[in-house]
Design a protein around this ligand. Sequence first.
Ligand code: ZN
Length: 491
Amino acid sequence: MSEPQAVLLEAGLVVDGTGGPSWPGDLLLQGDRILALGEGLRGRLPAGLAPAAVEIVDCRGKVIAPGFIDAHTHDDAIVLRDPLCLPKLSQGITTVVTGNCGISLAPYRTPRSLPPLTLLGADSFRHASMAAYRAAVDAARPALNVAALVGHTTLRFAAMQALDRPASADELAHMAALLDGCMAEGAHGMSSGLFYEEAFAAPAEEVTTLARVVARHGGVYATHLRSEMQQIIEALHEAGDSAFAAGVPLVISHHKCAGPANWGRTRETLPLIETLAKRQQIAMDVYPYVAGSTVLREDLVDGVIDVLLTWSDPHPEMTGRLVADIAREWGVSEKEACLRLKPGGACYFQMQEEDVERVIAHPLTMIGSDGLPHDRHPHPRLWGAFPRVFARYWRERGLFTLEQAVHKMTGMTARNLRIADRGLLRAGAMADVVVFDPATIADTATYDRPHGLSLGIERVFVNGVLAYRGGTGDEAATIARAGRMLTRAGA
Ligand code: ZN
């Protein structure tokens, strides 16, 4: 008996990633490609493909969609350290975009990294070029594909001695050369994290100069804005102007209006983004939660919002508790508790649900988890972001159609992040495919129990290989590691 050479996903609801109408039908995979789509494919297999060589999967009642692309991750190091990638694969994610918020693993080598690079782990920085990182990813063979951005903050660490000032002309030339090399080696673009102290001193001109390098290579510029609080309008103008001056498409990372004083201000920011979008290409990414998460910072602990500790080097025993409760127990202020808990990380309940809904529903918005895989008690977005969009914002709240939800995770993301041949179901495209149950797809990860397999994800194919099968308990597992390091479209 011959081994199955092809897989026929039969009689599902085909949601092709374009945002257009779904239709009942089949999808035929062979090797690492999609061979055909249509109805009744079993009866009209391509010449040379014997029926015995086709494994048939009954997809009645299920959605057949492109594998999800996580537009915003900090997975640079975890794909090397834990290549099974279960938190992501179990959500139906087949590609992660790394290097966000100004922080990428390459190009930088150091024995022990400093914040905010520690978002990627303290001892992970060993790759002096994108080519070196690519070789490491290929050697690790992660379960999903990796599309890398180059972080502006990483470039600053690599080229500068002190980060509390703008780069000198020489330093900027050094950064541009490093970036140019990474782009030539296939990086998808550059990200910045101007919010973080280590990049905050960089003026807009520094970013624009580097964005011009990205533009030359046909890449994209993603930014964690300088402010998501009081100064957000100014920060949006800065990001728009930098990208426009450089001639590069802009992605506004995890768009939010943070802090109670700014709640409701997506009524200002979204119209501004729409206005900017008339002169330049702009997209946003978002995660479907009202809490953000990053390193522990006393300026973000205001005594008003809840702050949940996700890790702490000096006090690991406090992980998973509210800083307010820890402060009360210690008989100190929340800010003092924060200082004692550092270095650490936290979830900040800094957003309003109405703002989150407005951003998620916006036609320029794609989904990105922003999950932090190194945290001991991570924000639940790491394990649950994508299924939660279906469960809460499509099924429960009806903010968009099923097709639009899938588009925000696939076709839109591939186009915005310069990912070729993925994100759409069409003959000849790479076979990254997810089969899920639209009635049951849901997240299970919570702030209390952040590690939880999502429900309703039945099968995940990466490059044509069955990589994950959902199920209850022990049945669910990563089956194969078939991911690749991707190269920017057109590179
Ligand atoms: Zn960020």
